[in-house]
Design a protein around this ligand. Sequence first.
Ligand code: FAD
Ligand code: EPU
Length: 339
Amino acid sequence: MKILKDFSLQSLNTFGVEAKTKYFVNIQTREEFSELFLNEKLHSLPLLILGGGSNILFRKNYFEGLIIKVSLKGIEIVNEDQTRAILEVAAGENWNELVDYTLEKSWSGLENLSLIPGSVGGAPIQNIGAYGVEIKEVIEELEACEIATGKRIYFSAENCQFGYRDSFFKNEGKDRFIILSVRFSLSKGNRINLSYGALRQELQQMNILQPDLKEISRAVIRLRTRKLPDPKIKGNGGSFFKNPVIKKEVYEVLKKKYPEIVGYTISKNHIKLAAGWLIEKAGWKGRKIGRAGVHPSQALVLINSGGATGEEIYGLSEYIIKDIRDLFGITLEREVRII
Ligand code: FAD
Ligand code: EPU
């Protein structure tokens, strides 16, 4: 296990912004992990756990602490019968490679979550979701290590307190645990979820009436590649903000003023608004401030147009938050973690 000093993070965050960390360690094995617990830096410095760096913006260009990149690998089938397969997957596995693995086995559950960047260990932190599915639906439990004590703790899906882009690990559990592995419960056979309108439409356009898992994945990938920029080409962190959830009464007032506003009923009294619509309506779609911009095909995505600093991208997000508050009386919450 090597602890590196003044290490560059530019290739380890999908915004591609330059930032350095005072100390950096890449943990590839369980043995290195145990060794890390004997190191005093772990207990004396500010810590940040890093997966694929696809939901983090390094606003400051220097992190005065230790960054631990979790690169543990391995996929194990721990149980299998005629209807289900239980997989235990190490935190450092790439999310999309895991989806492809399950598609090859024809096990359903992850196909709607195709092409989301990042690691398996990073995925439960915000309960990743796309096209009508959230990861909480397929997680059985996860194994984490409590940093203060070194104790292994198993969290059931219920104890993870999953919500929309939310979990225990973003609240009371924030920065206190390192996720080591995640157990998924997947169905055998074609148990598909076509609840998301845009996904149904895409399959229709592909002339597919009874899709199998790979066809659903293909439709999701087509949708995503049309709307979302490839971080290798234009640095980004996916949706920069969450879609705001508001009370029905507030929605009714907004709807009178903006009849074309986009919102989805999520409970009797609550509506989830499409933040992309609000940002587009406020005139930000495709706009740039210096080297930071709003993606021309998806206003919820902020991009590094080339050489932007974390501060520039953060500054752009501040302008957007202010305009949306002034125009609609709604305060957008960032989905991307700011460091
Ligand atoms: P990181 O960005 O490295 O870290 C994110 C958070 O998780 C940090 O707080 C970090 O400390 C913590 N963390 C990471 N690994 C661990 C671990 N092993 N133990 C403890 N804490 C850990 N998200 C969606 O939900 N739906 C989408 O459709 C979606 N589309 C995206 C599209 C693009 C182009 C991009 C760039 C991002 C998208 N995202 C999406 C956001 C992002 O991909 C996910 O949030 C992803 O799960 C983050 O994983 P990561 O490994 O990159 O985490
Ligand atoms: N819209 C606009 N203008 C825009 C963008 C969107 O008007 O520029 C409106 C359109 O009406 C569109 C609707 O918003 O139909 C919804 O857009 P989209 O289907 O692209 O989804 P989203 O709500 O913008 C959410 C997630 C994405 C996820 C997609 C698909 C959040 C914050 N974002 O985006 O997740 O991939 O749905 O399920 O919930 C991420 O979290 O990083 C992410 C990319």
